[in-house]
Design a protein around this ligand. Structure first.
Ligand SMILES: NC(=O)c1ccc[n+]([C@@H]2O[C@H](COP(=O)([O-])OP(=O)(O)OC[C@H]3O[C@@H](n4cnc5c(N)ncnc54)[C@H](OP(=O)(O)O)[C@@H]3O)[C@@H](O)[C@H]2O)c1
Length: 242
């Protein structure tokens, strides 16, 4: 018997990285997992890896009609996890506004849209987990738009928690610190990613990046702790503690 037996989990961005680790963890605990992402190939690989009857639905969360179609593909939603989205790095005077707008369309409005269309399919006991990032608390250079986005998601999560508490739906925010082994575009050539992450990890009290499974541990806690709502959980090796 798994702790999530009989629960339907919709996980956007679940084909790679943090979302994939959460999909694996939830499925291993008995959840029926539905993974959403834009690329069929990635979804197919993820579904094979997750097993336990998982399935993929090609979805661009920046397109509301596709989010509607995603939610129509499930009879109900017990667990919603919104990991879809990327990041944009660069000096404020060089990153074009169009890049920030695309980031917000996918990662801010994508999460809001997923909640908007999942909530009518949720019942008492449901759980929503948004995804921000420690830039919502910790000032990171060359990440102005992303920092604003993360802070906005944290605020959105708290507001939704209060709004949905009377309906028995919990809302929390996973705020990852530096996490390796994901498909995120760090804005540096592939050959330099390792050195780039090592430099960033030197700022972390634990002196290393986290792994997607660390984020999955936190996601599992937030999905199963019946008294946890309105939380922003930084899982960051101590980055935001200093
Ligand atoms: N890695 C870190 O250090 C870190 C730190 C803080 C916060 N985060 C955040 O955590 C979340 C998960 O990131 P990750 O590190 O696991 O990176 P990742 O491996 O790149 O995962 C992001 C996933 O989102 C999907 N996606 C992107 N845009 C989408 C869209 N418009 N519609 C549907 N799916 C979309 C991607 O697949 P497709 O491109 O195939 O759609 C990908 O599978 C992201 O929001 C990221 O910004 C990451």
């Amino acid at each position: 018997m798994g702790a999530l037996d009989g629960r339907i989990a919709v996980i956007t961005g679940g084909a790679t990285g943090i979302g994939l680790a959460i999909a694996e963890r939830f499925a291993s605990e008995g959840a029926e997992v539905v993974i959403a992402g834009r690329r069929q190939g990635r979804l197919d690989e993820a579904v094979a890896r997750v097993g336990h009857g998982a399935r993929g639905v090609v979805t661009d969360v920046g397109d509301e009609a596709q989010v509607v179609r995603l939610m129509e593909s499930v009879p109900r939603v017990d667990l919603l996890v919104t990991c879809a989205g990327g990041a944009v790095f660069g000096p404020v005077e060089t990153v074009p506004m169009s890049a920030w707008e695309t980031l917000f369309k996918d990662r801010f409005f994508g999460q809001l849209s997923a909640v908007r269309h999942a909530v009518p399919k949720m019942r008492e006991g449901g759980s929503i987990l948004l995804c921000s990032g420690i830039a919502g608390h910790a000032a990171l250079a060359n990440y102005a738009g992303g920092a604003g986005l993360c802070g906005g998601i944290n605020a959105m999560g708290r507001s939704l928690a209060v709004e949905l508490a009377p309906r028995g739906i919990r809302v929390n925010v996973l705020s990852p610190g530096l996490t390796k082994d994901t498909a995120i575009d760090w804005g540096v050539p592939a050959t330099q990613v390792g050195a780039f992450l090592d430099t960033l990890a030197s700022h972390v009290p634990m002196k290393r990046a986290g792994a997607p499974r660390d984020m999955a541990d936190a996601a599992y806690f937030l999905a199963t702790c019946a008294y946890a709502t309105g939380m922003v959980l930084d899982v960051d090796g101590g980055w935001t503690a200093v």
